[in-house]
Each structure stands twice: as C-alpha cells, then as structure tokens.
Design a protein around this ligand. Structure first.
Ligand code: FAD
Length: 479
C-alpha cells in the first residue's frame, strides 16, 4: 500500500507521465534524493533537504512514520513506547523545532525534573545539583570526594579510544563511575561502561580532556573563553509535545517538495549507467530515480535490501555494532498507591545495586497531561547490555518483577491500574571502543558508491537531538 501524505504527494498518478511514447517501460519519476527509512533520522534529513529546495521521496516500510518514536494515548495515559523526551542541546535544533511549526505544541519538562535520584544501598538518594550538594551528598565518602578534586592534576591519555570505565576511573575515581556515570550510561545507551567508547559515546567529554587536559579545568576555561568572546552558551532543554514525540515525526513529514510513501516495500535498488539510483517500490508500475540515495534504516535491515550484488557484498562487510534488547513499561497507578512525591525526573539503578530494572522515569511529573486526574505514570526500562534476559521476559513477569523492584523505592502499593509494554529486540546501537572502525567501514562503502549515504542513529549519536543535528549537518545547515 502506498499512502503518500495527502498534502505533499508530488508523485504523478499512475496514468500520467510514466510511459514514454516509444517505450512501454515506465519511466522512473525523477527526484533529487531518495530517502529509505521514516524514523526521525530519515524524516529529519528528508525535511531539511526539502526545505533547501530539493525534491525528495521518502519510503517507509511500515504504516507509521517515526520508527522508534511511537506515542499513543490509551485510557487517558500518554504512552511513549520508545523515547520519552528529547534533550535539545543546541540553538540550531531549538530553532529548527520552532521553524517546523511545533512551537505551539512544545512542552518543556517540569523544572522539578532537575531532581534526579540514584539508588544506593537500596535507598533513593538525590544527585547533587550544586557544589554545596556535592560536598554533603551521601553518595560518596570523604576520600572519594577528595579523589574527585584531584581530577585537574591527572594527565591526559594518549590513547586513540578508551572505555567509559577506564576514562572515568582514571580521572575521577571508581566511586564516581559506579554511583554516577555507569547509571547515566544505562539511562542513555542501556549499555556497558566497560565496553562503551568515551570518545564516541561522550565526545564532548573526550574533547575536554584532549583540548584542555582536564574536565573540571577545561569546563572552567571554556566558560571564560566564551565569556571573553561574548558567546552565551545554549542551555539544554528537555522537551516533548502535547501529544508526545510522535508530533515531531508528523511535522517532519510535512515539507514542500517532500513525497512520503508509507507501508511500502522495495522491489529493487539499482543504478543506471550514469550512476543514478533507481528504486522500484512494491505495487508500483513505475520506479523513482535520483542522484542521491540515503539509507536511514537500522543496520540489520541492510541484508534484506534488494540491492545489486556489488553493493550487497560491500554492505555485508560492515561490522554491525551490538544492539541490546530492551523492554519499556508504562505503568499507571492511582496517586495514593505511590507514597513517594515523584518530585523529579526519575530514578536510575547503578549496576552495583543489582536491581531488576535499569530505572524509571516519573513521566507524569515530567510533562503535563501524561496521566488522567488522580493518577500517575512511570516509564520503566528493563534489559539492556547488562541484563538482556530481563528485557526479554513476558509482560506479566516483567510487570510483577518491576513492581517488586520499585515497591520499596517509591512506596508502591498494589497492582498498577494501567500497563503498556513495548519490546525492542534491538534497541540502541552501542558506541563501543573501536566504533571508529565501524564508521570507517561505512565511509568505505560510501566512497565506492557515488551518491550513497549511510545515516542513522548509529552515526553522530543515538539521541533524537543527535539525529536532527546529523540531518542539519548533512543538509549543510550546520558544520
Ligand atoms: C526504548 C528506547 C528509548 C529511547 N529513549 C530516548 C529518549 O528518551 N530520548 C532520545 O533522545 N532518544 C531516545 N532513544 C533513541 C532514539 O529514539 C533513536 O535513536 C532514534 O529515534 C532512531 O531514529 P532512526 O531514524 O535513526 O532509526 P529508527 O527509528 O529505527 O527508524 C528507522 C526506520 O527505517 C524503517 N525501515 C526499516 N527497514 C526498511 C526498509 N527496508 N524500507 C523502508 N523503511 C525501512 C523502519 O521501519 C523505521 O521506521 C530511545 C530509543 C529506544 C529504542
């Protein structure tokens, strides 16, 4: 089925223009760019190129746009199956969100969500938010706090890449790794700090050490440098939209010159003698042709693409990074079933605590209208690299174990009144040590096939902000 977005369909009707006078073979319809994959990466790239005046055709195999982004309102609860919020980290992405007409529906996270909790020794402990809080926090002992102060005096690494564990233990000490960064790593990547690359997973932190020799010293120097140059740094903003992140996907699909085909399989991807890409879609008598072909599908989709042998051979050489399984649960409770005030973003469970889940976001605190009056909602994350088997459990068991896990932390009573479970067999690409080899292998394929671009959340960062920044960069809007 081909469901071109009604307002933007630029494909001619079957009866028009596809047959040349002399040859009954349908002539492919010309575009500047063909984008395969309608997740946020593909949509953002298609949108930004269209806004630059390019004629773009995006093909999504499922009936829904958004990929990992999937919001649904059920029984008054707004359920996000995948991402729950977007951290806007740059002025360019912030402006872009406004330019695409989302300013009226944009919701900023409740200020109270600056409070974040960590589990330590089976108790919830608030993460310090100030220097004073850092001095008094029970998360670290006095010697551990002193160890952190030694950070500016530790020399830089000469390594090309380093694991998060190695980097943080070396610069800040083991305690800061275990009751700080390792939980953050679970929260973003559902990953393993022993394997994740500091350089690729947290490039800004890596660059601080490379550029200034210290994180604390670098941050201070950077602040002064910016002040001197009159640069006001952008303050990151946690956002969503009234009806959830799906609104972002819908807005991105709406651009002049952008044709979108949903629920559309691919018959073949070929090149003509001039190196143009010709894509034939299932159920269509005609193909489409463009100079540029951008693949934004997940990497495991490459082996099923109907490409010619030479490209298939090259794509097969890409050493695909691991993607752990992950389950997300949206749990609804009556307000009086939860004794904790839920006055924060949520709770992260460091690996040392050996809990069932990775953590929970206090969704109904974070954004308005996430739960009906008198009720609250939690979004819980289970599985990831370190406990993949937990993420693969059936819904009943997941709910039972998650409620048991959170009960002593949040003072839960009874069963949830609402449950929504989403299973992600391949959730988030792991930017592990050696990620550069993977990036190089993508570049090698692109170099061999002019006009081919391999983009997605495996390159440039997995967050929604990263996917949009990658699109803006690709379209030449930012460096
Ligand atoms: C559970 C979970 C929670 C997350 N939480 C957050 C969060 O809170 N904040 C945040 O910023 N990020 C979060 N992320 C990360 C972020 O959501 C993803 O990295 C991002 O949405 C990926 O977008 P993408 O377009 O690169 O890939 P995808 O969303 O995977 O999109 C790829 C698209 O390609 C399509 N496709 C596949 N094969 C074909 C084919 N043959 N032909 C055509 N189309 C095809 C797929 O159907 C899909 O629509 C989360 C991710 C997950 C899984």
């Amino acid at each position: 089925m081909d469901t071109c977005s009604p307002a933007r369909a630029v494909m001619p009707k079957q009866s028009e223009a596809f047959m040349s006078d002399t040859n009954p073979t349908p002539v492919p319809v010309p575009f500047d760019t063909i984008v395969i994959g309608g997740g946020i990466s593909g949509l953002a790239i298609a949108h930004t190129l269209s806004r630059k005046g390019k004629k773009v055709h995006l093909i999504e195999k499922s009936d829904r746009l958004g990929g990992a982004v999937h919001s649904e309102r059920r029984e008054g609860f707004l359920c996000e199956a995948g991402p729950n919020s977007m951290l806007v980290k740059s002025e360019s992405v912030w402006n872009f969100i406004h330019e695409i007409g989302l300013e009226d529906t944009l919701v900023l996270a409740n200020e109270i969500s600056n409070n974040r909790f960590l589990v330590k020794d089976g108790q919830l402990v608030a993460l310090p938010q100030s220097l004073g809080g850092g001095v008094t926090t029970p998360l670290y002992s006095f010697p551990e706090k002193l160890r952190l102060l030694a950070e500016p005096f530790i020399g830089s690494s000469k390594l090309e890449d380093e694991s998060v564990t190695s980097f943080v233990s070396r610069r800040m000490g083991k305690a800061f790794l275990e009751y700080g960064i390792s939980a953050l790593v679970s929260g973003i990547y559902a990953g393993d700090p022993d394997a994740l690359s500091l350089r690729h997973a947290f490039p800004k932190v890596w660059n601080l050490e490379q550029g200034y020799g210290s994180l604390i010293g670098g941050a201070i120097k950077l602040k002064f440098e910016r002040k001197k140059q009159g640069i006001t740094p952008f303050k990151s903003k946690m956002i969503s939209f009234k009806d959830g992140l799906q609104e972002l996907a819908t807005a991105l699909a709406d651009a002049p010159g952008l044709a979108v085909s949903k629920g559309t399989g691919l018959d073949s991807i070929k090149r003509d003698a001039d190196g143009n890409w010709i894509v034939a879609m299932e159920g269509h008598s005609h193909g489409i042709i463009a100079k540029d072909l951008i693949l934004t599908t997940p990497l495991d989709a490459y082996e099923h693409l109907p490409v010619e042998d030479d490209l298939r051979e090259q794509l097969a050489k890409i050493d695909i990074p691991g993607h752990p399984p992950l389950s997300t649960l949206v749990l609804g409770f009556d307000r009086d079933q939860v004794s904790h005030p839920l006055d924060g973003f949520g709770v992260l469970c460091p690996r040392m605590e050996k809990r069932f889940g990775l953590g929970a976001i206090f969704s109904s605190t974070l954004f308005p209208d996430r739960a009906p009056d008198g009720k609250v909602s939690l979004m819980c994350f289970i599985g990831g690299v370190q406990q993949p088997e937990n993420g693969e459990l059936p819904t009943d068991k997941l709910v039972e174990e998650t409620v048991k896990d959170l009960k002593p932390l949040l003072g839960l009573q009874g069963d949830p009144c609402f449950v929504s479970h989403s299973f992600w067999p391949r959730a988030i690409p792991q930017y592990n040590v050696g990620h550069q080899f993977f990036i190089d292998s993508l570049t090698a394929v692109e170099d061999k096939f002019t006009g081919l671009h391999l983009l997605g959340n495996f390159r440039g960062g997995p967050g929604l902000n990263d996917c949009i920044e990658s699109a803006l960069r690709f379209a030449g809007y930012i460096e």
